[in-house]
Structures are given as structure tokens and as C-alpha cells.
Ligand binder design. Structure first.
Ligand code: SF4
Ligand code: SF4
Length: 385
């Protein structure tokens, strides 16, 4: 199988993906848009965009800032939390420096308590999640939380958020979801004609663009993908095991796992985590007449392991397996992420029993210390596939 050497993404603007995102945020900030920092998919982007603000996912995936964080935080904490705190402490996250407010949520104890340590630095609003999301009253509770978030935005930025604006942003978000989802179709092909790093670059641009910008970016990408299909260009060798990577978000240095999979002869076709495809399976209902409640209902459907039971994650995984047809599943757990770690046992039973797929759970962090051990385990898995 040929592998394309032509870049999928036109890099004439800014070559590296993080630089491209920063450049877009900076250009919007210069034109007067507010910038609001966040860490998690539960932050309702439609509300942030309804005041013309740019939602910016803050730096959280480098081990470089962890030593500074560990001067305050315990070492046996998830690297994502330590890294984010370290970026803030060392003032090295440019998006945090640009942000005029930060949105947090109570998805896990570590993050919840970390927000207490940064809330004096910028206006910080923490959204309280109902963990039993399917129980009666959970949606009403979350809708109330989303309403309080709206009030926070209105007070902090001295604006009045009208329902029409929220409704317009719901439509906008759904349009963007459909656009990005078209790109995922090329990963579902056999062989996939898009590389996992290209998928992640496109996903990374979504939060900081409106649908027109994203369309201008994605349409040439789709033309190049079609050209790859026509030219018989794809990724992996004939018979390369197709890998679905599930679990925690894996940005930055945790992407070592994706590289090792590739070096071991596998081809990554789907990424279940929030840094990958998770958010794109959800659409917020349009035209309900109560857009704030619709946003609350949509975000509460996110299948994060902080929810119990987390039936939606199993359903979403089923859909991904049927669509991307992996040969193996690798569940990546960031160290000390208890909820994803514990849920991994049930995920393993599920993918083995329902689909007969080999499964491997990996616990890792942002260091390079486990690379050779991971390589050995991943190679053994792929040989058995
Ligand atoms: S995995 Fe859960 S906590 Fe992490 S970003 Fe996704 S929704 Fe938020
Ligand atoms: S990966 Fe797990 S422990 Fe880390 S911030 Fe996300 S939910 Fe919390």
C-alpha cells in the first residue's frame, strides 16, 4: 500500500498544529473576541460562543511542567491535572495567559481540587456534574448548573445571552460535528486513507473555528482524501491490524502510545477518547424552543467514566467498532485516573464477549520511561491479532 507523502493539511499558514490553534485564537482576540479557557467536553461551547467568545482548550499534556506542579500537588495524581497546573504555575500555557475566564467541572476529585488552587488567578467557574446521569432529576440539576454558567458569563462579560444566540450556536456546532464526521469516514476505509495525527489536527481546530472557517479548512482536506482514495494511497501494510484506542484523553506526550502502535505494525483507525472522536457522536436537539435545556441535555450525554453507570460509553463503543472495524482495542489509562481504570475491566469484558476482539489495557503517563515496556506489550498483542 502506498503512503502519501503530500501533506493533507495546507501548512502554508502555520506549520505546527498547536501554533495554528494559537494563531487563530490570537487573531480573534485582536479583533476583540473574549477567550475562555477550558479543560473538558462538559463545558457547553454553545454558550461560550453565544457571546462571541473563543473556547480554548488549555495546555495539559506535557510532562515538562509536572516537576513544578509536584512542588504543590501530590506525585500520585493524574498527569493531565499535574501538567495543567504546572502550565499555569510556570505561565507557559499561552492560551491560559490569553484567557479571561476559566471553566472547570467536577469530573474527578483531582481536577475539582486543582481548581481551588487557581481560582484566585482569573474568574473561574466550576460546573457541578450529576454523576448518576440517567437518574430522575439529574437532567434538571445539570440544566440548573448550565443556567448558572450562563449567569456567570453574563455577569463576567456584561452581556445578555438571548435564546436566539444559543439556538444559532447549537446549529453551528451540529454543522461542525457533521463536517468533522465526514473526515472520520476516511479512517473507516480499509486501508484507512487518513493518518491518526491528521485526524487529531482537524479535531484540534474545531473548538476555535466557526463553521465557515472549518468548512474552508476541511473542504480541501476532503478533496485531497478523495485523491488518495483514487490513487490507492492508504496507511498501514496489507493485513496491518486495525486498532481502536479507547480511554482517557491522550494529547501531547501521551501520543507516544499511538506512535508505538504504528511502529509495532498496527494502524490506528479510531480514537474513542475526548481528544479524539467522543464528542462527535453527540448532537444537541435543534428548534426545541428551549435551547439552554437542549444544550444541557446534549452535554449530559457525554459518555465519560465519571458517570455511573456509564451505559452510553458501551453503546458509543459498539457504534465505533461497527463503523471502524478494528481488529484490537487498546484502552489507554492515564496513571491515577481511577474511573477510567476501574471501568476498563468492564470494557474488556464487553469488547471480548460481544465482538471477540483482543484487548489490552495500558496505564501510562507523560514520561518516556515505559516506552520499551509498552512496545513489548503492544507488539505481543498485535502479533496475536
Ligand atoms: S474524559 Fe471526561 S473528564 Fe476528561 S475531558 Fe472527557 S468528559 Fe472531561
Ligand atoms: S484523565 Fe481521569 S483523573 Fe485525569 S483529569 Fe481526566 S478524569 Fe481526571
Amino acid at each position: 500500500m502506498n503512503t502519501s507523502t503530500e501533506p493533507l493539511i495546507d501548512d502554508s499558514y502555520v506549520a505546527d498544529p498547536a501554533g495554528r490553534i494559537l494563531d487563530l485564537v490570537l487573531s480573534k482576540r485582536k479583533k476583540g473576541a473574549h477567550v475562555i479557557g477550558l479543560y473538558c467536553g462538559y463545558a457547553p461551547l454553545e454558550l461560550i460562543r453565544s457571546i462571541g467568545a473563543v473556547p480554548a482548550f488549555l495546555c495539559a499534556s506535557s510532562g515538562r511542567t509536572i516537576p513544578a506542579a509536584e512542588a504543590v500537588l501530590p506525585a500520585n495524581l493524574c498527569p493531565l491535572i499535574k501538567s495543567s497546573f504546572g502550565f499555569i504555575k510556570t505561565k507557559t500555557c499561552p492560551l491560559y495567559e490569553l484567557s479571561e475566564a476559566v471553566i472547570g467541572e467536577t469530573t474527578c476529585d483531582g481536577k475539582k481540587k486543582m481548581y481551588e488552587l487557581i481560582s484566585h488567578l482569573k474568574p473561574t467557574h466550576v460546573m457541578d456534574l450529576p454523576y448518576l446521569a440517567d437518574e430522575e432529576g439529574a437532567l434538571a440539576q445539570w440544566t440548573d448548573t448550565v443556567r448558572k454558567f450562563k449567569a456567570f458569563l453574563e455577569e463576567t462579560f456584561e452581556v445578555d445571552i438571548r435564546d436566539e444566540r444559543i439556538e444559532a450556536e447549537i446549529r453551528e456546532t451540529n454543522t461542525k460535528c457533521r463536517l468533522v464526521d465526514r473526515v472520520f469516514e476516511y479512517a473507516a476505509l480499509n486501508p484507512p486513507v487518513i493518518h491518526w495525527s491528521e485526524v487529531l489536527d482537524i479535531v484540534g481546530l474545531d473548538p476555535v473555528t466557526h463553521s465557515g472557517e472549518l468548512r474552508r479548512f476541511i473542504e480541501p482536506v476532503i478533496e485531497r482524501l478523495d485523491a488518495r482514495v483514487a490513487g490507492g494511497i492508504g496507511f498501514g501494510r496489507p493485513g496491518s491490524p486495525r486498532v481502536l484506542v479507547s480511554g482517557c484523553p491522550i494529547g501531547g506526550e501521551a501520543r507516544k502510545v499511538l506512535r508505538i502502535i504504528e511502529e509495532a505494525g498496527g494502524v490506528v483507525v479510531a480514537m474513542e477518547g475526548c481528544s479524539g472522536m467522543k464528542g462527535y457522536s453527540i448532537r444537541v436537539d435543534e428548534g426545541t424552543g428551549d435551547p439552554l435545556s437542549a444544550v444541557a441535555a446534549g452535554t449530559l450525554k457525554i459518555p465519560c467514566s465519571c458517570m455511573t453507570p456509564n451505559r452510553r460509553r458501551f453503546d458509543a463503543l459498539d457504534e465505533m467498532i461497527l463503523r471502524f472495524r478494528p481488529d484490537v482495542v487498546i484502552d489507554v489509562i492515564l496513571q491515577a485516573c481511577h474511573t477510567y481504570n476501574i471501568e476498563s475491566w468492564r470494557i474488556e469484558r464487553h469488547v471480548r464477549d460481544r465482538f471477540g476482539l483482543p484487548f489490552l489495557k495500558i496505564e501510562t503517563d507523560y514520561s518516556e520511561s515505559d516506552v520499551e515496556q509498552l512496545r513489548t506489550r503492544i507488539e505481543a498483542l498485535l502479533e496475536s491479532a
